[in-house]
Design a protein around this ligand. Structure first.
Ligand code: FAD
Length: 568
């Protein structure tokens, strides 16, 4: 221990939660509620209560209302969104937990839309048959953070976690540094929960908290990844130069005024407000063939136009306005210009850490929850997740998986002996953490981020895939990777950015490698050279695992025979 303290500040806990978003807070609260005697410590790169994605908008919550039909929803989800690669056992467990999650959020002080009688607002069959939707206010994190503190959860802010610690085939905590003053921290833990979000490559501002740090750290520690090919989300179409103001897919037209939803997707299907693959590929074709730019042009009297009922086409209304809309007090928003040019930004949602139904990873002592493992849990199936194809599942999955993982990790910590770390390993990791502060190079992390975005963002690599283009993308990622040792950090803030781009580069390699392996099209994975869904050969999960310097790719058959929903 004495030697360890010379390397950095040592903090010991029973359960370490990396990431203070809504998932991390739910895990901490449920762990303490069930096991009050264990120590729970949360570490967060930003500030708990303000950090994470749920603070960006709050939003919609999808749930199974009491009396709702779980079988109907699962059947719909597996056939239309998961395309049979869901883990149907975990999906069933998840669906059955949604109503209770709303009750938890409400008990913890979050504002959820309620009827005058005090029941949760439930807009039935909104995005999926059998499922309901309600709304949650943006400030849920403040009361949750207060609740966690009241229960005795400890919190440390401005800590950027870089690596996990391992000894005797068990994860025993993590190391990181204080972004403000550069102190190096060694967190020893009996159980560690990764709760630090997905990878969105910083392409869109609201999603920029997700830089895949936890995914990359788990991968480097030897954890398996699953469904990494599903990290390629082009969310909703936005107004050009605004990155806001959602445009409804059904009102997109080319420069000649031709409606593109009708042209490419007469049956828009379940993708709702998110960009369906066929339409995305169609938009790219229109521009490539000289019929761009693409405009949002709702019909007179349609949503967002004078005389229309509000809706997409302007920035999202606040929850109070949603409530008014729900209760039949719909307001008319200001007139919109007749047509506005749109853009289609990638917001990416790589969430591929493989977990079981208790959110346990394939490594002893390590759990992964929320946006780190939504796709890896196989709850959502063949779609980037969140949101899956049911908007309103991001917060819900974070809260529910936080509960599962938090309680399981606490139970484990309560029965496990002291964690042990290897001093030599810690010293080596410290050297790696601060390496970018010791280079003479001028290579800035922003330059590296920009080079990486040039590979992950274009549709020709991320959405419209082929063997040739995926190999090209991988070789571009390799070029970014080759220059990572040159990264220079002029201060600890830049050091944080350096580690973010290191994580994001690993994530990009995972997505493209996995996409190259899946030689078929399924859900949001579209291969131009294998355009059909191949249920004969590809009812499989693609699994990635580090093997020395190599990324080992394997496949695993989905146990479809034991599931209730099967391809017809
Ligand atoms: C604009 C927007 C709209 C959305 N709308 C909806 C909606 O309507 N309904 C819905 O259900 N979901 C919605 N979502 C998704 C939802 O908010 C997320 O799925 C959910 O908040 C994820 O929670 P999380 O705790 O798993 O991850 P996050 O909220 O991403 O939290 C992860 C935390 O980890 C921290 N962190 C990252 N790296 C490190 C590190 N190395 N060390 C320490 N800390 C680190 C981050 O700062 C962050 O605070 C939306 C998201 C956005 C951005």
């Amino acid at each position: 221990m004495a030697d360890l303290e010379k390397i950095g500040e040592v903090v010991s806990t029973d359960v370490l939660i990396i990431g203070g978003g809504v998932g991390g807070l739910a895990a901490a609260i449920r762990a303490k509620e069930e096991y009050p005697d264990i120590d729970v410590l949360m570490v967060e790169k930003q500030t708990i209560g303000w950090a994470g994605k749920a603070t960006k908008i709050g939003g919609v919550l999808a749930f199974l209302a009491s009396g709702g039909d779980a079988d109907k929803f699962i059947d719909f989800q597996v056939r239309n969104a998961g395309f049979y690669i869901n883990d149907q056992d975990s999906l069933e467990k998840y669906v059955g937990s949604t109503y209770r999650a709303l009750e938890h959020l409400s008990e913890w002080g979050a504002t959820i839309a309620k009827t005058p009688e005090g029941k949760f607002v439930a807009i039935e069959n909104s995005f999926a048959p059998g499922y309901s939707m309600t709304f949650i206010d943006i400030d849920m994190m403040q009361p949750m953070s207060k609740r966690a503190k009241t229960l005795g959860v400890k919190m440390q802010n401005k800590i950027h976690i870089i690596e996990l610690l391992q000894k005797n085939d068990k994860v025993n905590g993590a190391v990181g540094f204080d972004i403000v003053d550069g102190r190096f921290f060694i967190f020893k833990a009996k159980a560690t929960i990764i709760a630090n979000g997905s990878c969105g490559y910083k392409v869109r501002r609201f999603w920029s908290a997700g830089t895949g740090d936890g995914i990359a750290a788990a991968y480097r520690a030897g954890a398996e990844m699953r469904n990494a090919e599903y990290g390629n989300l082009y969310g909703h179409v936005v107004m050009r130069n605004l990155d806001g103001g959602m445009a409804g897919n059904m009102f997109l037209v080319n420069a000649q005024g031709e409606n593109l939803a009708q042209k490419y997707m007469p049956d828009m299907g379940p993708a709702g407000i998110f960009l369906p693959v066929k339409l995305g590929v169609g938009l790219e074709t229109e521009v490539a063939e000289g019929r761009g730019p693409i405009y949002f042009q709702p019909p007179t009297g349609g949503p967002g136009r004078p005389g229309g009922g509000g809706g997409f086409g302007q920035s999202l209304p606040k929850i109070g306005k949603w409530n008014q809309l729900i209760q039949g007090k719909a307001e008319k928003y200001g007139p919109q210009p007749p047509s506005r040019e749109i853009a289609v930004p990638l917001h990416g949602e790589l969430s591929c850490i493989r977990v079981d139904a208790d959110m346990k990873t394939t490594l002893e002592g390590l759990w992964a929850i929320g946006d780190t493992s939504y796709a890896g849990s196989a709850v959502a199936g063949a779609v980037a997740s969140p949101p899956g194809v049911t908007p309103g599942s991001g917060i819900m999955f974070a809260v529910i998986s936080g509960e599962w993982g938090g309680i399981d990790a606490a139970r484990y910590a309560a029965t496990t002996s002291e964690s042990d770390v290897d001093t030599a390993e810690v010293a080596l990791k410290k050297e790696g953490v601060f390496a970018p502060m010791n280079t003479d190079s001028k290579y800035s992390p922003w330059e590296a981020i920009s080079s990486l975005q040039d590979v992950v963002a274009p549709m020709k690599y991320s959405l419209r895939r082929s063997k040739e283009r995926l190999e090209e993308a991988l070789s571009k990622v390799a070029s970014v990777k080759e220059r990572l040792p040159e990264l220079h950090a002029k201060d600890t803030h830049y050091l944080s950015k350096c580690h973010e781009v290191i994580s994001m580069t690993a994530c990009a390699e995972m997505t493209f490698t996995s996409a190259l392996a899946r030689e078929e099209s399924r859900g949001f994975h579209y291969r131009e050279d294998h355009p059909e869904q191949d249920n004969k050969n590809w009812l499989k999960w693609v699994i990635l695992k580090q093997d020395g310097d190599r990324m080992n790719v394997s496949t695993e058959s989905i146990p479809i025979e034991k599931y209730s929903v099967k391809p017809s």
